[in-house]
Design a protein around this ligand. Structure first.
Ligand code: NDP
Length: 291
């Protein structure tokens, strides 16, 4: 069997066309959707991610502001900026690019963002609403993964889903979303005994580990939908995921490539959250948006 490729770029492009229509409607109603991106320090990878996000905003009609703070900025400085952005009526989404320098505590920084503007969906209020089954702003990568699974036409009810990795950003929230979609979910991590025993049972396998080729072809159930979240740069500069793509492709039913899989979906869902926040703001003001 050769797996069908789940083309994240293509799905993201379709979503962006939809976001553009919604951004146009907002702009026409006098609400220019605004996203503030906060970056502390000059981490090379973060710079690329931020540049891509800003470009993506421009393409769909979201106004973006970049706030670059020095790598030695204090927590008070960062929290002060977030307070100002929280109070700014022209900003509907705030994103703090992670990772942060060591002197800053990510949980404190994230908790300071207004939950209504938390377009990364990482504030405890947004994660809590996901746990309770009534999500408001979903974390971007997990939300993108669910869209990709939807594109396969797979009915997730009763399926065995295995998530490898238990981070707050990817593993835990995607497990909750799969659970909500009716799958039977198993979570694996670095202490899991016999990882292959679990992955081989998975109708849906989500890998968010951060280790190149940690999941070999023999660890995959024939016909499974395999979502590879990992982004790993090899010594020759090549980008690969957590899954051995070549071998896995011969067993899986569907598989996401790296690059061109989950990455573009994460950005698309971020834009979607920014637009949703702006629409909620318009609704609070009683502004009706043309259908
Ligand atoms: P974290 O480092 O926060 O979490 C990694 C998880 O993998 C941990 O739960 C860890 O277990 C688990 N793990 C590590 N080694 C093993 C192993 N050998 N077997 C089983 N589990 C293992 O990473 P993130 O969730 O933030 O990111 C994961 C990957 O996804 C990275 O490559 C990252 O770059 C990428 N990523 C990609 C995104 C995209 O848009 N495409 C978005 C976000 C992340 P334990 O908890 O026990 O330590």
């Amino acid at each position: 069997m050769t797996a069908l490729i789940i083309d994240g770029k293509q799905i993201a492009q379709k979503l962006r066309a939809e976001w553009k229509l919604r951004a146009d409607r907002l702009n026409a109603a006098g609400i220019a959707p605004g996203l503030a991106v906060v970056m502390v320090g000059d981490n090379a990878a973060s710079k690329i991610y931020v540049r891509n996000k800003i470009r993506a905003c421009r393409e769909v009609g979201i106004r973006s502001e970049e706030h670059l703070l020095g790598g030695d900025s204090s927590q008070e400085t960062v929290l002060g900026l977030i307070d100002r952005l929280n109070a700014d009526a022209g900003i509907h989404g705030i994103l703090v690019q992670l990772p942060l320098p060591a002197q800053l505590a990510p949980p404190i920084v994230i908790e300071r963002i207004s939950p209504d503007k938390d377009v990364d969906g990482l504030h405890s209020r947004n994660l809590g609403s996901l746990v309770s089954g009534h999500p408001r702003l979903l974390p971007c990568t997990p939300a993108g993964i669910m869209k990709m699974l939807k594109s396969t036409g797979l009915d997730l009810h009763g399926k065995e889903a295995v998530v490898v990795g238990r981070s707050n950003i990817v593993g835990k929230p995607v497990a909750l979303l799969l659970l909500q979609a009716g799958a039977t979910v198993t979570m694996c991590h670095s202490h899991t005994r016999d990882l292959a025993h679990h992955t081989r049972r998975a109708d849906v396998l989500v890998c968010a580990i951060g280790k190149p080729h940690a999941i070999g072809g023999e660890m995959i159930k024939p016909g499974a939908a395999v979502i590879d979240v990992g982004i790993n740069r090899l010594s020759d500069g090549k980008l690969v995921g957590d899954v051995d793509f070549g071998a896995a492709r011969e067993r899986a039913g569907w598989i996401t490539p790296v690059p061109g899989g989950v990455g573009p979906m994460t950005i698309a869902m971020l834009l979607g959250n920014a637009i949703l926040s702006a629409e909620r703001y318009a609704a609070e003001l009683g502004i009706k948006l043309d259908a």
